[in-house]
Design a protein around this ligand. Structure first.
Ligand SMILES: C[S@@+](CC[C@H](N)C(=O)[O-])C[C@H]1O[C@@H](n2cnc3c(N)ncnc32)[C@H](O)[C@@H]1O
Length: 250
């Protein structure tokens, strides 16, 4: 079965316009200083916006297709960011960066505590003195664990003007509350102006949700001295299980 990252053009049509975390990251980056490393950078949603703001940003990305789309978009802007593609061992290991960040649930693709810890240790190792990391993640609210949605959830809807159509993303999920895994069967419907179905795109992915106390334990085990976890990208306190986990650690 396809992964949602096998079709980067469709991925960008769905998600590239999202900018909910840009001001937060720009603020952390200004405090931390560059250069920056975007961990699980995808097609460069954040990398290219931060480059536009004047930061030097490298990217690490496991999917060759996503990284190729990033390079294409960067070249069109006259940019040539350094990108590292492959398994976690291909991520730069030398202490070079002021900030390493991993956003939009990329961290949740680590399905075991060993790979979570491996990524956090790698992120820590690539920081120069005084550097920090930022992670944006989350988990479904507790009500969903007790009563998982039985019908596919309409998760996202967006226009695709270049193709003169509309995209609707449905996620049919199963939740495993023991292993904290979510398996998603994703269907994107590409719908014409007249409401007719142009194409259906199917993919599957598994992610592991992570809760705040476990995150703190992982940060400690990975060697971070301190951290701040908030419930939003404007620093709001975390008071509800439906808020994201916005993590800064140093
Ligand atoms: C939802 S996309 C987010 C992309 C980008 N971080 C952003 O904010 O737009 C998740 C990305 O995580 C990448 N990824 C896959 N496995 C990963 C892992 N083990 N650790 C970090 N990222 C991973 C995927 O290839 C994909 O590009």
């Amino acid at each position: 079965m396809n992964s949602p990252y096998d079709d980067p053009e469709l991925y960008d049509a769905l998600f590239d316009a999202l900018d909910f975390d840009v001001a937060f990251l720009a603020d952390v980056a200004r405090r931390a200083g560059g250069p920056l490393l975007d961990v699980g950078c995808g097609t460069g949603r954040l990398l290219l916006r931060l480059a536009d703001l004047g930061f030097t940003v490298d990217g690490w990305e496991p999917s060759a297709a996503m990284a190729a789309q990033l390079r294409k978009k960067a070249l069109a802007k006259g940019l040539m960011p350094r990108s590292f593609v492959g398994g976690v061992e291909t991520m730069p290991g030398a202490p070079r960066y002021g900030l390493a960040f991993c956003m939009f649930n990329a961290f949740s693709h680590n399905l075991t505590y060993q790979s979570q810890l491996g990524l956090l240790r790698r992120m820590r190792a690539c920081l120069k003195d005084g550097g920090r990391i930022a992670i944006g993640a989350g988990h479904p609210p507790f009500a969903d664990w007790a009563r998982p949605p039985v019908e596919p959830v309409l998760e996202h809807e967006v226009e695709w003007p270049e193709r003169d159509c509309h995209l609707r993303l449905f996620d049919a999920r199963t939740l495993d509350p023991i292993a904290l895994l979510q398996h998603s069967r994703i269907t994107v419907l590409q719908v014409g102006r007249d409401g007719s179905l142009i194409r259906r795109h199917d993919s599957e992915t598994t992610i592991r949700w992570i809760f705040q106390p476990e995150f703190e334990l992982l940060l400690h085990a990975a060697g971070f001295a301190d951290w701040r976890i908030t419930g939003g990208y404007s620093g709001e306190p975390r008071t509800s299980d439906s808020q994201p986990l916005v993590v800064e650690a140093w």
